[in-house]
Write a protein that binds this ligand. Structure first.
Ligand code: ZN
Ligand code: FE
Length: 259
């Protein structure tokens, strides 16, 4: 039975997601950025919230847990490694665990670096990846916690998922990510095509998610840190370790000011 997904904006630039298991009616919010848009999305669809899947402890992903729990009695699942920092978790998960929403199953994958204990949720049957702030379209989250090597290794694991996986990320950052990506990988045809598509979508105020992982593998410079082109762009030797190139890219993005 299929899984239905509702995509909606929340806060200033977050995305909210509802996943609805058609067979059982169970409905999960991916993260809890803001109660009002989640409530409105549920109302539009006629769904009742039963679960919340939390990716990491940042307030723009957890703030609406208490009101949503009060209203719906939803069961809240989140990363064991960040349990002390998140209020209201009922179920703790770690890398390799699976979590069922009705008949739909999500695999938990750890993706450290933006926060140390961040997890993402992958539905292998429908090929949906809720990547939160680990992987954005044409970018990755800021490295607030941890170090480049585990962050890069986590991204390599996400990169190993099938090309036809659809990526649903935590924020709408695609346009600013594209501006940076074009400075480090200007001759990448896939990137240029995606950047044009992002501009067209944003001009109509449409979301740039979901995006195929196959496209991101070709266009996102942070998934291409082991490609000599990116080493060259970072003025590193062609055989530099990928995580060193990745660290240089992340630093360059932090310092990047769009024209
Ligand atoms: Zn975050
Ligand atoms: Fe965030």
């Amino acid at each position: 039975m299929p899984l239905l997904i509702d995509v909606f904006p929340a806060r200033s630039d977050n995305y909210g997601y509802l996943v609805h298991d058609v067979a059982t009616g169970r409905t999960a919010a991916i993260d809890a950025p803001e109660a009002k848009p989640i409530r409105e999305a549920l109302g539009r669809r006629g769904w009742t919230l039963t679960d919340i899947l939390i990716t990491h402890h940042h307030s723009d992903h957890v703030e609406a847990i208490p009101p949503l729990k009060r209203e719906y009695g939803a069961i809240v699942t989140g990363p064991r490694a960040e349990a002390a920092k998140i209020l209201g978790l009922d179920r703790l998960v770690a890398d390799g665990d699976t979590i069922a929403i009705g008949q739909s199953e999500f695999v938990v994958i750890e993706a450290p670096g933006h926060t140390l204990g961040q997890v993402v949720y992958y539905d292998p049957e429908g090929r949906h990846l809720f990547s939160a702030d680990a992987l954005f379209s044409l970018g990755v989250g800021r490295m607030f916690e941890g170090s480049p090597k585990p962050m890069w290794d986590g991204l390599v694991r996400l990169r190993e998922l099938p090309n036809d996986t659809l990526v649903y990320c935590g924020h709408e950052y695609a346009q600013s990510n594209a501006a940076f990506a074009l400075t480090v990988d200007p001759n990448n045809a896939a990137l240029r095509i995606r950047a044009g598509e992002v501009d067209r979508l944003r001009a109509q105020n449409l979301p740039t998610v979901p995006v195929s992982l196959g496209l991101e593998k070709a266009a996102n410079p942070f998934l291409r840190a082991d490609h000599p082109t990116l080493a060259r762009a970072m003025k590193l030797p062609a055989d530099a370790d990928a995580h060193v190139v990745f660290a240089a890219l992340r630093r360059a993005k932090d310092e990047f000011k769009p024209a």
